[in-house]
Design a protein around this ligand. Sequence first.
Ligand code: GLN
Length: 521
Amino acid sequence: MANSTSIKEKELFGHPIGLFILFFTEMWERFSFYGMKALLIFYLTKYHLFSDSAGNLLIGSYAALVYAVPVIGGFIADKYLGFRKAIVFGGIMLVLGHLGMAYEGNAATESMTGEITRDNTALQVFYFSLALIILGVGFLKANISSLVGELYKVGDKRRDSGFTIFYMGINLGSFLATIICVWLGEEYGWSYGFGAAGVGMALGLTTFIVGKKYLMGKGESSAPELLNKVTFGIKNEWLIYLASILSTVVFWQMVQRHEAVSMSLMIAGAASVIYIVYYAVTELDKVARQQLFALTILIVFTVIFWALFEQAYTSLNLFADRVLDRGEIAAGTFLSLNALFIILLAPVFAWLWVKLGKYNPNTAVKFSLALILVGLGFGSLVLGINASGLGKVAIFWLVITYFLHTCGELCLSPVGLSAVTKLSPPKIVGFMMGVWFLATASSEFIASILANIASVDTSNGTAPDLGLAKESYLQLFEYLLYTGVGFGILLLALSPLVKKMMHGVDVDESGEDEILIEEKH
Ligand code: GLN
């Protein structure tokens, strides 16, 4: 039976064609997401003349919300909409949000006495566009990853490599964005860079809608009758969309208030843990329960990883702008190194995990490696700053940083997405994928606070004193080096326990253990 369906399944490079629909949809989504994000800190500090810390904190609030809302988006998809409808709705919100970003209004001005006048209407349009993007990513990001998982049956050996291919799509989008949107933004003006992001997202949405048939009915709602039922004269499905659109008002206000974001992150984090424990205790047998707890422990450690890694879009971006000996190259362009290394290295890592066979480290060990690597990445900059004397820091050191960060990311991110779809009970995959991104949300928030350790005094968006700037970046990067390596060692010590709790789910990439699990189900 299983065989007859899989024979009918159309394949490309040994994977279901649906994977490539999701690949291109997510490629364009990430193109818009990272294109906009790469320009953001400069748009705020150079165009609207925000201070470093105000800019970092705003990005922190935005990025935290953008990765927190997928918990709700995942939950709604599990219970009502299904992944496919949620993705379409998210995609539409994203197109609108990115196009809204293209409206830039007037640049802020600074008077002789240092008083700054900003275009408040333009800023409110900007905040509202961010709210639409937050809602859009909330419905799209986790659900598209869960849908990748749905393309593979339990025990299908191709799952991990499917996620690696998908992850390359993510980074192809991010690579193109950091080249094209950054170039358009610097060369022709902000609205061109932001506008290009919107066009990219429209292409992504089109790909997804046109490619529907290749999903072969995967990702549909588990409760279609409920969706079609009419309440207050409106179909429930439309009520969900309507309520979601109304929620942009809340995000619009929240993104402007850092404390409100921090409070809601704590509430969302606590509520998610309580729900996981409740679900595990009431619904699961011992093995499934321990697997879910193992996943939760792993997710907690990702908070530290991303808090360090996400310095890229704040402190590392400003560091590149001010302290790096970069000649004519725009600072934002260096962000493309991460994506480029992913595209080059992802196949190497995928091959390596298979090649290592029974020596393939388990997910917990891979995660601890990731933490150590992200820490060492900052070690490279510590060396670089120390070697720079009175001058600027050589590009080489930042290249090494992104190389090490990327190796770390490959030990954690695609492996982690796959682990979420393997270790979660099927009924709450969407929600758990949301929790995976909720961890990133907290880390984005922490990242912005960390970045402020190196907040440099500026006037008119440029750092006045190189020595001073270098000193504060040195302090930040040393701190991050120890944090990464320290937590990496801690997780390494815990890894045998976590491995035991996974009950063989990821031990053997040859699939033997997974087939055992399939029989058990
Ligand atoms: N770079 C990856 C993406 O955009 C991972 C993001 C994350 O989980 N922090 O999907």
